[in-house]
Design a protein around this ligand. Structure first.
Ligand SMILES: Cc1cc2nc3c(=O)[nH]c(=O)nc-3n(C[C@H](O)[C@H](O)[C@H](O)COP(=O)(O)OP(=O)(O)OC[C@H]3O[C@@H](n4cnc5c(N)ncnc54)[C@H](O)[C@@H]3O)c2cc1C
Ligand SMILES: NC(=O)c1ccc[n+]([C@@H]2O[C@H](COP(=O)([O-])OP(=O)(O)OC[C@H]3O[C@@H](n4cnc5c(N)ncnc54)[C@H](OP(=O)(O)O)[C@@H]3O)[C@@H](O)[C@H]2O)c1
Length: 282
């Protein structure tokens, strides 16, 4: 054996992932939900509420042998000013991405394509007095960003966040985040002391006992949600809303908004009263 050759032989280097970012924190909330934080690309600018494509390297192609990135849309759960990125994720047992992503650990690399897009942004809404965020399941993620965004509190007197999940444990990520706002020194300084007093949090469950049971759609229709929150039904003069849930939920709320409350859907190019985004593709 030639010791020189051995000492200087180039190490087999693991190829770095394209658009690689390093995981800095992982928290498992239930057996179906986890959140994680990772480094942020220095050049990435985004608006709170937008989503990006993230993922992992997939298996090598059976013919070419080349590994292909396995990417999915993910709402950015951290606010635009945060030096790291945060994501809130489902674990689909046989899901191509999340069956692997759920096992990431601190120090691992993920792929993050730095091209943020989305409709759940303040720019797509006309000025108003009160903003409503309506979420089911992981649809809470974009609101985790917007609830930490100073503009939310600069633009509105009241911020109402409703979150409907099947079980109580699925509310924990959102509930802890909202509670943490009260004690967050940086946010209280940046946004203004006591900014969190503008928030009204309305969590509901549908399949496990909790203080407020029922789908938010039903609670709006019956008027119970307005009574509980101490606010009048939504109207175009004062209320703005963002919706993020499953397709049926989004469609039901859209119909309610347009037919009952007279709200018009907005877009980046034409701001109006409410905006919608799917929490996942069906
Ligand atoms: C605009 C947009 C933003 C998204 N943001 C997020 C996010 O912030 N967090 C997140 O976890 N997912 C989000 N998703 C869904 C995400 O893109 C993937 O579908 C998810 O990560 C599962 O990937 P997968 O490859 O494991 O399974 P897929 O093959 O992508 O999904 C398999 C099945 O699992 C179910 N499913 C997928 N995602 C969810 C979910 N989030 N909640 C409940 N059931 C689901 C659906 O029935 C789907 O058909 C978003 C999707 C879109 C379109
Ligand atoms: N959450 C779980 O414990 C669980 C466990 C195993 C598998 N899964 C699977 O994972 C997938 C996603 O489940 P998920 O619970 O994350 O999301 P989901 O099915 O979209 O349900 C999330 C919440 O939204 C409510 N909802 C659904 N449609 C609605 C509508 N049209 N209007 C108002 N509210 C509505 C649900 O109430 P309802 O309960 O009344 O539908 C539930 O409280 C499903 O395919 C499910 O079979 C879920």
């Amino acid at each position: 054996m030639n010791p020189v050759t051995e000492a200087t032989a180039p190490e087999a280097k693991k190829p770095a992932l394209p658009d690689a970012q390093t995981v800095t924190q992982v928290k498992h909330w239930t057996d179906r939900l986890f959140s994680f934080r990772c480094t942020r690309p220095a050049s990435l600018r985004f608006r709170s509420g937008e989503f990006v494509m993230i993922g992992l390297m997939g298996d090598p192609h059976p013919k070419t042998g080349k590994p292909k990135p396995l990417l999915r849309a993910y709402s950015i759960a951290s606010p635009s000013w945060d030096e790291e990125m945060e994501f809130y994720s489902i674990k689909v047992p046989d899901g191509p991405l999340t069956s692997k992503l759920q096992h990431i650990e601190v120090g691992d690399e993920i792929i993050l394509r730095p091209k943020p897009v989305g409709t759940l942004v303040h720019d797509a809404l006309l000025p108003g007095k009160r903003i409503w965020f309506f979420a089911t399941g992981t649809g809470f993620a974009p609101f985790a960003s917007l609830l930490r965004e100073p503009q939310t509190y600069e633009d509105y007197d009241e911020v109402i966040i409703t979150h409907t999940c099947r079980e109580v444990g699925e509310l924990t990520y959102g509930a802890e985040l909202i509670e943490s706002l009260k004690h967050d020194e940086l946010l209280n300084e940046v946004i203004g002391e006591g900014f969190w007093k503008k928030i009204k949090y309305y969590p509901t469950t549908t399949r496990e006992e909790s203080p407020k049971m029922g789908r938010i759609t039903d609670l709006l229709r019956s008027g119970e949600a307005f009574e509980d929150l101490g606010v009048p039904p939504l109207k175009p003069e004062t209320d703005r809303a963002m919706i993020c849930g499953n397709l049926a939920f989004n469609q039901e709320l859209k119909a309610l908004f347009e037919e009952e409350y007279g709200l018009e859907e907005g877009a980046n190019s034409k701001p109006a009263h409410y905006v919608v985004e799917k929490a996942f593709l069906d």
